[in-house]
Design a protein around this ligand. Structure first.
Ligand code: HMG
Length: 390
């Protein structure tokens, strides 16, 4: 029985910064950002978006027929949540009007969380083939103004329906995971930006990729040439290039990685969703990919957990990735000046539970944060006439 990704929906905030302009403002050579790091633009999150509204907007980008009564599990993976206790998945399920007869919960392990969710959803559907699951990766990557990681910030959400009739990617039962307790990147409770040792983290990532892909080859007797494309978690797109170079010098895989990096170049690091944004990018930008092609996916979450697994492209996959909506979403974004970005960066809903009201966001996003009352955030839904709290 094939089990895998049946549809993909994507959301990223309405605002972005041009990284050539950011480089100039920071006194850096723009080539460092666009070539050395491999990023062109970076999504900027207004106070009116958080990981719940972004997740709900990504779900809204899915074909609604895929979210019918068969849905049995809703998982949100995030490392930038807004509550220490209640799962974002519960609010996302309510906002998007999902069938309430579901198991809804969140998963956390840095950028790896969505892969844990995806593979858990795969096992769930394997045990209950008439059921489906919804896995949503939603994150805001913040390192701080003028910090070393600033150019690798970003924000967005990827929603994936998992079913026993996968119309995008059939997940193979070949995952190899590895865990090692390392201090490359972490965010102690109460801190708004992570503690990160950037160069150590890139070295750790590369160590994981060679170790895990090597172990996969031992366990499953495969070689790099078995893959039509290799995808990686992309904290910045140069990281993917480094990972591929550590495994192979294949020109064909290099070209496909370039296609798989296009969306990340425009959006930045979206933590849990970055690997799946890369899959979306490959399917949107490389017209030579065909049904039956085998894709290898490498997931990495600091701390650290890594996993490598593969999937087989399904016939007609291009009709189930919402490509037109992705193009439109990016085309309609608004560029911010550097001072406007800095203002928006600082102008966030403070942590805690103090009451606050935010003005409506001037964008086409269906779901936005309205503010906070009775200790909890509330959300606007543009499709409802009564917006408060709904
Ligand atoms: P940095 O010190 O600003 O940059 O840190 P650099 O000096 O290392 O330069 C970066 C690259 O630009 C180098 O290329 C330079 O040579 C090149 P490389 O040697 O690496 O191939 N360069 C130039 N190229 C062209 N023209 C020029 C020029 N100047 C320099 N003029 C760093 C960069 C990525 C470390 C920093 O931005 C950072 O700390 N980012 C955040 C951490 C991160 O993204 N780590 C990635 C691995 S860990 C991970 O993926 C997990 C994560 O997503 C979190 C999670 O799991 O939750 C982060």
């Amino acid at each position: 029985m094939d089990i895998g990704i049946d549809a993909i929906g994507f959301y990223t905030p309405h605002y972005y910064v041009d990284l050539v302009k950011l480089a100039k403002a920071r006194g850096d050579d723009p080539d460092k950002y666009t070539i050395g790091i491999g990023q062109d633009q970076m999504a900027v999150t207004p106070a009116t978006q958080d990981i719940i509204s972004m997740a709900a907007n990504a779900v809204d980008a899915l074909p609604s027929a895929r979210l019918d009564g068969r849905l049995g599990m809703v998982i949100v993976a995030s490392e930038s949540g807004v509550d220490e206790s209640k799962a974002a998945a519960i609010t996302v399920a309510r906002l998007t009007g999902l069938n309430p007869w579901v198991r809804a919960f969140d998963i956390k392990e840095a950028c790896y969380g969505a892969t844990a969710g995806l593979l858990m959803a795969r096992d769930y559907v394997a045990a209950h083939p008439t059921k489906t699951a919804l896995v949503i990766a939603s994150d805001i990557a913040r390192y701080g103004l003028a910090s070393g990681g600033e150019v690798t910030q970003g924000a967005g959400a990827v929603a994936m329906v998992i079913s026993a009739q996968p119309r995008v990617l059939a997940l193979q039962d070949d995952a190899v995971a590895y865990t090692e307790d390392i201090p490359d990147f972490f965010r102690p409770t109460g801190m708004t930006v992570p503690v990160v040792d950037g160069h150590y983290s890139t070295a750790a990532y590369l160590n994981f990729v060679t170790k895990i892909v090597g172990q996969h080859q031992v366990q499953y007797h495969d070689t790099i040439t078995d893959y039509a494309a290799l995808l990686f978690h992309l904290p910045f797109t140069k990281m993917g290039k480094k990972a591929l170079a550590a495994l192979t010098d294949s020109v064909r895989l290099g070209q496909r990685l370039t296609a798989a990096s296009q969306l990340s170049r425009q959006v930045g690091n979206i933590y849990t969703g970055s690997l799946y944004l890369s899959l979306l990018s490959l399917l949107c930008h490389d017209k030579t990919m065909q049904a039956g092609d085998r894709i290898g996916l490498f997931s990495y979450g600091s701390g650290a957990v890594g996993e490598f697994f593969s999937g087989i492209l399904a016939p007609g996959f291009a009709d189930h990735i919402g490509q037109a909506a992705v193009i439109q979403l990016l085309a309609e974004r608004e560029e911010l000046t550097i001072p406007a970005y800095e203002q928006m960066f600082n102008d966030q809903l403070p942590l805690g539970d103090a009451a606050a009201a935010l003005p409506a966001e001037q964008s086409t996003a269906r779901f936005t944060v309205g503010g906070r009352r009775d200790h909890a955030r509330w959300y606007r839904d543009t499709t409802k006439s009564m917006t408060e709290g709904d």
